[in-house]
Design a protein around this ligand. Structure first.
Ligand code: MN
Length: 717
C-alpha cells in the first residue's frame, strides 16, 4: 500500500481526512451543534463507503467530497446541502443505494444526492453557443431542488482545482465544459465567488499560454498600481466626506479570465486593459448610491456612454449596482461600481445570500424550490420596485421550465414542450422523419412512440421509407408542428385516396356503357367541370370518391348522345380492403370478407359498406342512385371489426372462460360490454378482430359449445 495515502487516511486520533476539521470548525460558526453532529456522521459514513478508493492524485477519495462541502460551508449553505456534498459520490461510486441514504440522513438528502448522480450521467459534447445555452437550461430543468446545482458546482470547483492529475485531453474537455456550462450557471445564480473560481481555473487549463501572458502583464503593473489605487481611493473618500457620505471605498482586483474576455470582446490590446483601474464604493441606501455618483462625477469627468444603472434595471441574476467610468489623473480610466451593502451581498453570493441571513433556522426539505422562491422574493424586496418582473420571469423560465431538453444520437440538443413524445421528437428533427417513424429508442431502449420524454434522455427514431403517419398519433402529440404535419398528411392522403376511388367508381359506371374514363375525350369533360365549378378532372374524381357527386349520373352525362339510353350489365366495384379512409365499414352490421355486401355513397365520407341483409339497406329503395353494387376481392389480408352477442348464465368466471376460449382460437377481443337482463342471464357483446368468415365461424363454434353460453349470434341492425 502507498505509504503517503495510508498516512493521510489514518492520521492520529482516528482516520480523519484532511479538510474535515476545517469543515467542522466552519460549520460551528453558523449551524446549531446537532446539525454539525449530523454532518460529522455523514463524514464517517462516506469515509467508510469510499474506504480504499483513491483520487487520481493519490489522495484518499473522501478528501474530494469534504473539499466540496468546504466550498459550500464558505457560503454558509444549510446542513442538508453540506451533508449531500459529503455523500455526493456514494451512490455513483460505492455500493450504497439511495434508500440507504434516505434511511440514515433523511429523504431530502437522498433526493439531493440522487439529483447530483443524475446530472453526472449526462455529458455535453457540442461546442455551439446555442447548444451550450440549451444544455445549461437542461441542467436547470433536471433539478427539482436548486441545492443540487450548488453541490454540483462545488464538486466541479474542486475537480477543477485538482485537474492536473488528469490526462491532457480530458483536462481540456472538462475545462471547456466548465467555461461553457458551469461558470455561466454559477453566474446565473449569482454565485460570484464560485463563478470566478471556475473561470480562472477553466481559463488556466484551456489556454495555459494566454493565462501566463496576462498574469505576467498584470504582475508587472501591480507595483505602481497599488500606490495609485491608494491615492485615488483617498481622493474619493475625501470628496464623499465633503457631501456628508460615509462609504467603504476599495480598489478592485482584476481577474485574468475577465481581462481575457474583454480583450476578445472589445478587441483591445492587453496593456490598455491592464491600465484600467477598478474601484468599489459601498454605502447604506440606494438613494446614497445616486448621491455618490454625483459626487464622483464632479471629481472626475465621466466617460460618455459608459454609465449603467443596474439598480433601476437589475441584471438577470439579480445583480444591482451603478457602473461608471471616469477620466482619472493623466486620463487614466477608472471603473467605479457603487452599491449598497445588501446589493453587495447578492453580488457576491447570489442565491446563497439566502442562507447567509437565515442560519439557525430549521431547514424544511419538502416543497420544491421553496428556497429558490424565498431567494427570489428576497431579491424582489431588495430591488424595491425596479424592473424585477423581467428578472423574475427570466429566472422562472429556468427554475420552472415548461420544456424538456433531449439529445439526438449525435449529441445535439432539441427543446420540446413538456409532455412531448417520441413522435413529437421525430417531427422536430424533420417532417419526413416524423412521417416515416415506426419506433423509437430512448437511452438505447425501445419504447412505445407515445412515451413522454424526460430531460437529458437520448432519443433515436427508427424510420421506414414505406411507413406513414398513424391517425391515432394526433391524440397524443403535444407539439404544434407534429399535430399540423400529421393532419396535413392525412388530409392529403384522404384526398389522393378519394381521387383514386372516384376514378374507379366513374370507370365502373362507364363500363355499364362499354366505356372507360381513358376513352372520354377532354371536350366532353370540360363542360361538366365548368358547370360544377371545378378546375380539373382530379377534382371531379375527388368529389365522386367522397360521395358528393354520383358516378352513375356523371357517367351518363359523359356519354356520346347516341349512347345515352343504352344499357350494359352492371359490374360490381371490387373492394380490396386497402382503400383507406374513403371506404368505411358500417358499424351496424360489421361486414367482413365473403359477406354479401352493398355500398352506400355518403356525402363527405366516401363509400360505406353494409351487409346485404342489414336493415339500413332499406334506404336503397328510396335512393337507388346512391347505392352501388360491390364485391370483395379474393384473399383479402387484413383484420375487420365484428360484433357478436352471447347470452350467458350469470355465474362467476363465465366472462373469463369465454375470453380465454376465444383467445385459444387466436382471435383478439377489442371491446367487451355486459348487459344484465335479469338475475339469471346477461347479454355479452364482444367486438372481435376477424380476418374472414371462416375464422368467425370457428369462434362461434367454440363459444357455442360452452355450457354457460345459451345463445350466440352475429350483430346486425
Ligand atoms: Mn464528485
Amino acid at each position: 500500500m502507498d505509504y503517503t495515502s495510508s498516512l493521510l487516511s489514518f492520521l492520529p486520533g482516528g482516520r480523519r481526512a484532511v479538510g474535515i476539521n476545517r469543515l467542522i470548525s466552519k460549520l460551528e460558526t453558523y449551524l446549531p451543534p446537532e446539525q454539525v453532529e449530523r454532518v460529522q456522521q455523514a463524514y464517517e459514513f462516506s469515509a467508510e463507503a469510499h474506504r480504499g478508493q483513491k483520487r487520481k492524485s493519490g489522495e484518499p477519495y473522501i478528501s474530494h467530497p469534504v473539499a466540496a462541502a468546504n466550498i459550500l460551508a464558505d457560503l454558509h449553505i444549510d446542513a442538508e446541502t453540506i451533508i449531500a456534498a459529503i455523500l455526493h459520490d456514494v451512490i455513483e461510486d460505492t455500493p450504497t443505494v439511495k434508500e440507504q441514504v434516505a434511511e440514515l440522513f433523511g429523504p431530502a438528502v437522498a433526493e439531493l444526492v440522487d439529483g447530483v448522480t443524475k446530472l453526472d450521467q449526462i455529458q455535453f459534447k457540442s461546442r455551439e453557443e446555442a447548444q451550450a445555452e440549451s444544455f445549461r437550461k437542461m441542467i436547470l430543468a433536471m433539478v427539482r431542488d436548486i441545492r443540487v446545482i450548488l453541490v454540483k458546482l462545488a464538486d466541479r470547483t474542486h475537480n477543477m482545482r485538482t485537474l492536473e492529475s488528469m490526462p491532457l485531453p480530458k483536462r481540456r474537455a472538462i475545462a471547456r465544459e466548465t467555461l461553457d456550462i458551469y461558470a455561466p450557471i454559477a453566474d446565473r445564480l449569482g454565485l460570484y465567488s464560485i463563478k470566478l473560481d471556475l473561470e480562472e481555473l477553466g481559463f488556466h487549463a484551456l489556454y495555459p499560454q494566454r493565462y501566463r501572458v496576462i498574469e505576467r502583464e498584470l504582475k508587472r503593473t501591480r507595483g505602481h498600481q497599488k500606490q495609485f489605487v491608494g491615492k485615488i481611493a483617498a481622493a474619493l473618500r475625501t470628496e464623499l466626506g465633503k457631501v456628508g457620505v460615509t462609504a467603504r471605498v476599495e480598489g478592485r482586483e482584476k481577474h485574468l479570465f475577465s481581462v481575457y474576455r474583454k480583450m476578445r470582446r472589445k478587441r483591445v490590446p492587453l496593456n490598455e486593459i491592464a491600465d484600467v483601474y477598478g474601484f468599489r464604493i459601498i454605502v447604506d441606501t440606494p438613494d446614497t448610491c445616486y448621491r455618490v455618483l454625483g459626487a464622483v462625477h464632479s471629481l472626475y469627468k465621466p466617460m460618455p456612454g459608459r454609465f449603467k444603472d443596474y439598480i433601476a434595471i437589475p441584471r438577470v441574476n439579480g445583480y444591482q449596482s451603478l457602473h461608471t467610468t471616469l477620466f482619472g489623473p493623466n486620463g487614466i480610466p477608472l471603473e467605479v461600481q457603487i452599491r449598497t451593502d445588501a446589493m453587495h451581498t447578492v453580488a457576491e453570493s447570489g442565491i446563497a445570500a439566502h442562507w447567509k441571513y437565515k442560519t439557525g433556522e430549521k431547514p424544511e426539505g419538502g416543497a420544491q424550490h421553496e428556497r429558490a422562491r424565498q431567494w427570489l422574493n428576497q431579491l424582489v424586496q431588495i430591488q424595491e420596485g425596479g424592473n424585477s418582473e423581467e428578472f423574475l420571469e427570466s429566472v422562472k423560465v429556468d427554475l420552472y421550465p415548461d420544456q424538456v431538453y433531449v439529445f439526438t444520437p449525435k449529441g445535439a440538443i432539441l427543446r420540446l414542450p413538456r409532455g412531448a413524445t417520441a413522435v413529437d421528437f421525430a417531427y422536430a428533427v424533420h417532417t419526413d422523419v416524423g412521417n416515416r417513424c415506426v419506433a423509437a429508442k430512448v437511452d438505447r431502449r425501445l419504447v412505445p412512440l407515445r412515451t413522454p420524454l424526460r430531460n437529458g434522455q437520448t432519443v433515436e427514431v427508427i424510420t421506414n421509407k414505406d411507413a406513414s403517419p398513424n391517425p391515432a398519433w394526433v391524440n397524443f402529440v403535444i407539439s404544434a408542428k407534429a399535430r399540423a404535419a400529421i393532419r396535413h398528411y392525412l388530409k392529403n392522403l384522404k384526398r389522393s385516396e378519394a381521387i383514386e376511388l372516384g376514378r374507379k367508381l366513374l370507370n365502373k359506371a362507364l363500363t355499364e356503357f362499354s366505356l372507360a374514363v381513358k376513352k372520354i375525350p377532354e371536350e366532353r369533360i370540360a363542360p361538366i367541370l365548368a358547370e360544377l365549378n371545378l378546375k380539373t378532372a382530379q377534382e371531379l374524381y375527388e368529389k365522386i370518391g367522397l360521395g358528393e357527386r354520383l358516378a352513375p349520373l356523371i357517367a351518363r352525362r359523359l356519354l356520346p348522345d347516341t349512347q345515352a339510353t343504352e344499357h350494359g350489365s352492371p359490374e360490381p366495384l371490387v373492394i380490396a380492403g386497402t382503400e383507406g379512409l374513403v371506404v368505411n365499414y358500417a358499424r351496424c352490421c360489421f361486414p367482413i370478407p365473403n359477406d354479401p355486401i352493398m355500398a352506400y355513397l355518403s356525402s363527405g365520407r366516401g363509400v360505406i359498406i353494409h351487409r346485404e341483409n342489414c336493415r339500413n339497406l332499406a334506404g336503397f329503395r328510396k335512393q337507388p342512385d346512391k347505392w352501388l353494387t360491390v364485391s370483395w376481392q379474393k384473399n383479402i389480408n387484413r383484420l375487420f371489426d365484428v360484433e357478436i352477442r352471447l347470452e350467458i348464465r350469470n355465474k362467476t368466471g363465465v366472462l373469463a372462460a369465454v375470453a380465454s376460449s376465444i383467445a385459444e382460437t387466436d382471435t383478439n377481443i377489442s371491446h367487451v360490454s355486459l348487459i344484465e337482463r335479469d338475475g339469471n342471464s346477461s347479454a355479452l357483446i364482444l367486438e372481435l378482430k376477424i380476418r374472414n368468415r371462416k375464422q368467425l365461424a370457428g369462434v362461434v363454434r367454440t363459444v357455442r359449445k360452452m355450457p354457460d353460453v345459451m345463445k350466440v349470434y352475429r350483430t346486425i341492425a
